[in-house]
Write a new protein. Structure first.
Length: 157
């Protein structure tokens, strides 16, 4: 099999960037949100990263001069629209990850396990690993469940 040239790699990269920008605009439009630089850049970060991000990660990696309040408000809007969901961490901070298609505004369906790697510190949504159903005593009604598993991820092993 022939290796790709630098030009071919560049073309593939540009196509991927164009595709991501289109996906970002689609997500914003589907959620009836105006397309702003901060919303676009933050969504691009989530799509490109593949793992959960903290507020500080987002501030550091936007490469733009979005102030802390803009980042906070953007994250709050994305939470309200169920574009992202919260993930608790072992140090009581919060990370954010993209929701899948079955979430709707005000109705998160993120009943999957979250995994935190103790080597690289990545927080990963394990979408195919559901939180087990907990049988509660009579009179108790569950509203939300979270499960965080710590260990070593497949990349660090």
């Amino acid at each position: 099999m022939r290796e790709l040239s630098t030009t071919q790699h560049l073309v593939i990269h540009l196509v991927n960037i164009s595709s991501m920008k289109s996906e970002v605009k689609d997500i914003l439009k589907q959620n009836h949100l105006s397309i702003t630089d901060s919303r676009q850049k933050i969504l691009e970060l989530f799509l490109a990263n593949g793992s959960a991000l903290s507020h500080a990660d987002i501030e550091k990696n936007t490469g733009e001069s979005f102030d802390r309040v803009t980042v906070y408000r953007t994250l709050q809007t994305f939470l309200e629209k169920s574009i992202i969901h919260l993930i608790p961490t072992t140090d009581n901070s919060i990370k954010y990850a993209l929701c899948k298609n079955d979430c709707a505004p005000g109705h998160h369906h993120d009943n999957h396990v979250h995994f935190i790697c103790e080597e690289c510190s990545k927080t990963i949504c394990l979408d195919n690993v559901n939180i087990p159903v907990i049988k509660l005593p009579k009179g108790f009604t569950p509203i939300h469940s979270e499960m965080v598993v710590t260990g070593i991820c497949g990349e660090c092993k």
